[in-house]
Write a protein that binds this ligand. Structure first.
Ligand code: DX5
Ligand code: ZN
Length: 219
């Protein structure tokens, strides 16, 4: 399993966002996770396409844009134009999920669907084959720095089984409360892509933390 570490810039120092991005690029970040929050779907407000556009020239690392918003499809084109390489949309807000995934694929970006902790896996039943990635939220979305919900390990395992049974190519990304302490358990359960906000950016050496997390996941 190829392990990917995706630092979330929600935990970066916004006064020196460009420098922080350079730091995690040097540390070997596989993706840069960008948490977009609209203050409706989640009780917090973060970045829009303008920020994505501003940081695009700073790095070559692919942008993994996680849309935590009520009407994500209204903004997909703008985020792609701004430089998103992959877009993650939440199943909970999309009445026509199949159509929305098809749109992302048609646009040529990596298509991913996110599920909140309480959302059952079966909402993916008829779209799983179409996905490049499934994001399992391991905290309730809205804030960085929360604790990993232990019951999500079973959900990761169940999704892994579902993907294997159906020979789907989608990888499992986990997001929320991922640390050096629990990354191994999440990897053993079947996750291969790890979003990490506070554990990376509050470490004394964020670049070293990325390598340590990767090694722990690869054990
Ligand atoms: C939560 C976001 C996460 C968050 C992760 O709503 O989707 O990506 O930034 O932060 P940590 O790693 O601090 O839990
Ligand atoms: Zn996220």
């Amino acid at each position: 399993m190829v392990i990917q570490i995706a630092p979330s810039i929600l935990a970066a120092d916004f006064a020196k966002l460009g420098e922080d991005i350079t730091l995690i690029e040097k540390g070997g970040a596989d993706l840069i996770h960008i948490d977009v929050m609209d203050a409706h779907y989640v009780p917090n407000l973060s970045f829009g396409p303008m920020v994505v556009k501003a940081i695009r020239p700073v790095t070559k690392v692919p942008f993994d844009v996680h849309l935590m918003m009520d009407n994500p499809m209204d903004f997909v084109d703008e985020f792609i134009k701004a430089g998103a390489d992959g877009i993650t949309i939440h199943a909970e807000v999309l009445p026509h999920l199949h159509r929305s995934i098809a749109y992302l694929k048609q646009k040529g970006v990596r298509a991913a669907v996110a599920l909140n902790p309480s959302t059952p896996l079966n909402v993916l039943e008829y779209v799983l084959e179409d996905l490049d990635m499934v994001l399992l939220m391991t905290v309730n979305p809205g804030f960085g720095g929360q604790s990993f919900i232990p019951s999500m390990l079973k959900k990761i395992k169940n999704l892994k089984e579902m993907l294997e049974e159906r020979q789907c190519k989608a990888i499992i990304q986990v997001d929320g409360g991922i640390s050096l302490e629990n990354i191994r358990d999440a990897a053993k359960a079947g996750a291969s892509c790890f979003v990490a906000g506070s554990s990376v950016f509050s470490a004394p050496d964020p670049a070293a933390m990325i390598s340590q997390m990767r090694s722990a996941a690869e054990l």
